[in-house]
Design a protein around this ligand. Structure first.
Ligand SMILES: *Cc1c(COP(=O)(O)O)cnc(C)c1O
Length: 309
């Protein structure tokens, strides 16, 4: 891997959709799914944005750290981190939620050289608890023969302060490629880190809409933790398009796809989309356009955050 890491921006594409045309809005897709230092691998999308500051540090260090993180059985972060470990020649350990889980994504992560440690759902819930992490650190020191300070814990989803700050680059690319400040930026959320970063980078001209891919009403609070108490950006969570919850989707969406990917067909005029985040976002925004949620003549940018599963 070359240093410094240069990643080419994915294009901003006009989505000429009849629903957008009828409503008189201009709909664009920011192809952040194409954002990758190694195109075609699982190291892509918003997981690259979040991991890049850390990976740049890894490339500068003479002694490689042990990167340790957490994920569910279908975590794109887990998959991206495992690929990063292979490409940047640094060891990776991931605690995986569920003692019995196994699937092609996890096997790919192991093929990339990552060590997966399955833990019960109950243990997984401790993943931010200092005492639990200290105990894991002691185990990892013994198992991998590394000094404790060279073990780097990375939060679930790769959502770190640096990773959130890196979304300023995404916002800059959008504004530059569009040639103006967008009226609306819409994106999906899992941990909310990507959304928080975009909100931090946006100006008061833009309305940021966040579409949680999970059921529940906690996302706004989660995002709020990253934001200063007083910030002038107009943003909101649109919680109505989780389609049953995380990893759940209407059965009729799912279409055959090559390799590890699952893809969703959410209707005509769109390619098959990654179902966990992006399909829900696109489907939600199109529904809201049809319902007149956006002002006529407005410019809407959908962020395609990527995704393997
Ligand atoms: C992880 C992921 C998200 C969620 O990002 P957060 O920063 O955790 O909210 C959205 N889209 C895709 C494709 C992802 O892989």
């Amino acid at each position: 891997m070359p240093t410094p890491l240069v990643v080419k921006p994915g294009p901003l594409e006009l989505l000429d959709h009849p629903i957008a045309r009828a409503a008189g809005v201009k709909l664009y897709v920011k192809r952040d799914d194409l954002y990758s230092p190694a195109p075609g691998t699982a190291l892509q999308g918003n997981k690259v944005r979040k991991l890049l500051p850390l990976l740049e540090e890894v490339t500068r260090l003479p002694a490689k750290p042990l990167l340790v993180s957490f994920g569910g059985a279908y975590s794109n972060h887990l998959s991206a981190l495992a690929t990063a470990g292979r490409l940047f020649d640094t060891p990776v350990v991931v605690y995986v939620r569920g003692e019995e889980v196994d699937n092609a994504l996890l096997r790919q992560a192991e093929a990339d050289g990552a060590t997966l440690i399955r833990v019960s759902r109950q243990a997984y819930r401790q993943k931010t608890a200092a005492a639990w992490l200290a105990a894991r650190r002691r185990e990892l020191v013994a198992q991998f023969d590394v000094p404790a300070e060279r073990i780097w814990f990375i939060p679930e989803g790769g959502t770190t302060r640096q990773g959130v700050a890196a979304m300023a680059g995404l916002h800059r690319e959008i504004t530059h490629q569009l040639g103006q400040i967008p009226d609306y930026v819409c994106l999906s959320a899992g941990t909310g880190g990507t959304a928080a970063g975009l909100i931090l980078a946006a100006t008061s001209v833009t309305k940021v809409e966040v579409y949680p891919a999970l059921r529940g009403n906690w996302m706004a609070e989660e995002i709020g933790k990253w934001l200063p108490a007083a910030q002038g950006v107009n943003w909101s969570c649109i919680p109505d398009y989780h389609y049953g919850g995380y990893g759940k989707f209407p059965a009729e969406w799912i279409v055959a796809a090559p390799g590890l990917a699952k893809r969703a067909n959410i209707g005509p005029h769109l390619p098959p989309l990654e179902p966990v985040y992006t399909a829900k976002l696109f489907s939600g925004v199109l529904d809201r356009i049809a319902k007149g949620a956006y002002r006529k003549g407005g410019t809407i940018v959908l962020v395609h955050t990527g995704g393997i599963y």
